[in-house]
Design a protein around this ligand. Structure first.
Ligand SMILES: NC(=O)c1ccc[n+]([C@@H]2O[C@H](COP(=O)([O-])OP(=O)(O)OC[C@H]3O[C@@H](n4cnc5c(N)ncnc54)[C@H](O)[C@@H]3O)[C@@H](O)[C@H]2O)c1
Length: 258
């Protein structure tokens, strides 16, 4: 195989590299872990769903790692990154996919609801990006951080997702800060902003007809598939994305256009 052909492999640069995928027991996180593994990476699959990550790691085979972990425990995040570094001896990419969504009427949002969504979605992004980014900078080989927002960061809250959406907008601005901080060391930080994707989260606390109507309004007339998010993660983690930094990629099938 010529070097050129290798260069154009979708997973170029990922072979044998250590990556962390959070939310790996979920729809998009699971697809992302499988796609990165298929591209040759060693995956540390992180999720609070212990049975889910154990199942996934067993499915992926020997070189991967199941890490049951509650991201609301932000004080333990440095230790999580250290553990993966110890196991793999390498950390090339972080795909921070995990999130929690509670759709509620504004008047019903309690402080506990707000705190949970902001801890798991936004606060963990700060501490995980900082720990992973610092480790990548120290290793001196560059790296990739891919965070997950939502098209609602731009549209504003839909169907009672006010607290969640505020956390997702915070992820966009936090990521821009990290893109500036780590960019000079070759650690690129980007955000994927999905539209509606067919996972358990999409169907949380919402009538099926609302999901049907809104996906029919997408120019592609359907929900996205988890694999269609995972493919963008693999691209951003690959050599092909070497000049993309601080971007928020709209992966919504045209539900929003920018
Ligand atoms: N599905 C959609 O339509 C949609 C739309 C826009 C954005 N997103 C974003 O895409 C990403 C993936 O979502 P998904 O659709 O795969 O959701 P999902 O519900 O299928 O998966 C989320 C995963 O995160 C894990 N998780 C939740 N809280 C955690 C915690 N405290 N610690 C560790 N793990 C935790 C869950 O166990 C689950 O496995 C999320 O960031 C979500 O906000 C999804």
């Amino acid at each position: 195989m010529s070097t050129e052909t290798t260069e154009w492999n979708l997973g170029a640069g990922l072979e044998g590299r250590g990556v962390i995928v959070t939310g790996a027991a979920g729809g998009v996180g699971g697809a992302t872990a499988r796609a990165l593994a298929a591209a040759g990476a060693r995956v540390a699959a992180v999720d609070r769903d212990e049975a889910g990550v154990l199942r996934l790691a067993a499915e992926l085979g020997g070189d991967h790692l199941a890490v049951p972990f509650d991201l609301a425990d932000t004080g333990a995040i440095d230790g999580l990154v250290e553990r993966v570094l110890e196991e793999f001896g390498d950390l090339w990419a972080l795909a921070h996919v995990a999130a929690v969504l509670r759709r509620q009427l504004v008047d019903e949002v309690t402080e506990a609801d707000w705190d949970l969504q902001h801890d798991v979605n936004l606060k963990s992004t700060f501490f995980l990006n900082r720990a992973a980014g610092n480790a990548m900078v120290a290793a001196g080989q560059g790296g990739r951080i891919i965070n997950f927002s939502s098209m609602a960061w731009l549209l504003g809250p839909l169907w009672g997702s006010d607290a969640y959406v505020a956390s997702k907008a915070g992820i966009v601005t936090l990521s821009r800060g990290f893109a500036r901080r780590f960019g000079p060391s070759g650690v690129l930080v980007n955000v994927i902003s999905p539209g509606q994707v067919d996972t358990p989260m999409q169907h949380t606390d919402i009538p099926p007809e609302v999901v049907r109507q809104s996906s029919a309004a997408c120019p592609l007339g359907r929900l996205g598939r988890p694999e269609e998010m995972a493919a963008v993660v693999v691209f951003l983690a690959s050599r092909h994305a070497s000049f993309i930094n601080g971007a928020t990629l709209n992966v919504s099938g045209g539900s929003v256009m920018y």
